[in-house]
Design a protein around this ligand. Structure first.
Ligand code: AFP
Length: 321
């Protein structure tokens, strides 16, 4: 298999590894080093997930995290794996994780990258052996609390039947790499990926529908009745977003009476996926504004989140006069 790349750039082929791809695309050496550490952590997590049940690694630690949620043993394992690998990288000077109450500032000779991440997204799927993910956002260390437009790159790892590394970079778009576990490498699979203009599925946790805003409820009626979209909701944002990235459609976690500010975390869930959607031609909004325009005030803040194909998201947005 060969894929089209810019003229003058060596050809990317089926055996191209993630580090080789980034080198071919002339990405900065320090960014390549950072991605190597992220990919290494993801490979460790993927390997652990395959045998976690056999090793007694399922179930909770008995602790509650900064979000007030029960910490699963694998949340804790994955967080430690990401942190320990990133601590080894001299190019990372700040770390923000869903599982850590405070950000970590590392003593480095220069401030360079910040990595903001959710080590395991969709933890309730762990004990039932369903798909989960890891989400990450790369920023300059000086830009941790700035809008999502300032992200330098973003991506996620989807631990499904195959383990996929999805990476979005503004100038290169969104590309997929598949882990070949027999050689322990993420190999180039496809890209640049574009999200279909319109899809045929939508997903949300409808138990909260009674307290959705009228605008959200009207939008859902339109999705269900006017342009029939099937329901798809797995309990793992990465898995649900990946379906939409590939096939189009909508995922939403709007505000409701349980989560008046939305459930999802802006910096390491909503903003990176919004950046990926934007690079692929899709869109993400809170109920008020574009996710990429929100000015964060705290590392763990939440936001209502509606993401998907342009046709559907633009239907949700209020008509401009
Ligand atoms: P965590 O496992 O990181 O806490 O994330 C789960 C999640 O934020 C997202 O992945 C799901 O789409 C959403 O929560 C599911 O929430 P409900 O169980 O309330 O539907």
């Amino acid at each position: 298999m060969t894929v089209d790349v810019d003229p003058g750039v060596d050809v990317v082929h089926a055996e191209t590894t993630l580090p080789e791809y980034l080198a071919l695309m002339r990405q900065p050496v320090d960014f390549r080093a950072l991605m190597r550490q992220v990919a290494f952590a993801a490979k460790r997590v993927a390997a652990e997930l395959r045998v976690a049940g056999l090793r007694g690694m399922l179930g909770s630690t008995g602790q509650i995290n900064v979000q007030g949620e029960t910490v699963q043993q694998l949340d804790s394992y994955a967080n430690a794996t990401f942190v320990n690998n990133l601590l080894r990288s001299p190019v990372v000077s700040d770390l923000v994780s869903e599982e850590m109450p405070e950000g970590l500032h590392l003593a480095r000779h220069k401030r360079e990258y910040a990595l903001l991440f959710d080590p395991i997204d969709g933890s309730s799927n762990l004990d039932v052996n369903l798909s989960i993910g890891s989400i990450f956002s790369v920023r300059s260390s000086d830009d941790v609390l700035t809008t999502g437009r300032c992200q330098l790159a973003a991506g996620y790892v989807l631990y499904g039947p195959a383990t996929l590394f999805v990476l979005a970079m503004r100038e290169l778009g969104v590309h997929f790499f598949t882990l070949d576990p027999t050689i322990g490498e993420f190999l180039y699979w496809r890209g640049p990926v574009t999200m279909p203009e319109k899809g045929s599925s939508w997903g949300a946790n409808e138990v909260h529908s009674a307290s959705w805003s009228r605008r959200v409820s009207n939008f859902v009626s339109w999705l269900k009745d006017a342009t029939p979209h099937s329901t798809r909701y797995s309990g793992a944002l990465v898995a649900d977003f990946h379906r939409i990235l590939c096939n189009g459609g909508v995922y939403m976690y709007p505000s409701d009476s349980t989560y008046p500010n939305g459930k999802l975390r802006l910096l390491y869930e909503a903003a990176p996926l919004a950046f990926i959607a934007d690079c692929a031609g899709g869109r993400a909004v809170s109920e008020e504004q574009d996710i990429l325009e929100i000015q964060p005030e705290a590392i763990h803040e939440r936001t209502p989140f509606i993401i998907g194909s342009r046709t559907e998201i633009e239907h949700f947005l209020p008509a401009r006069s």
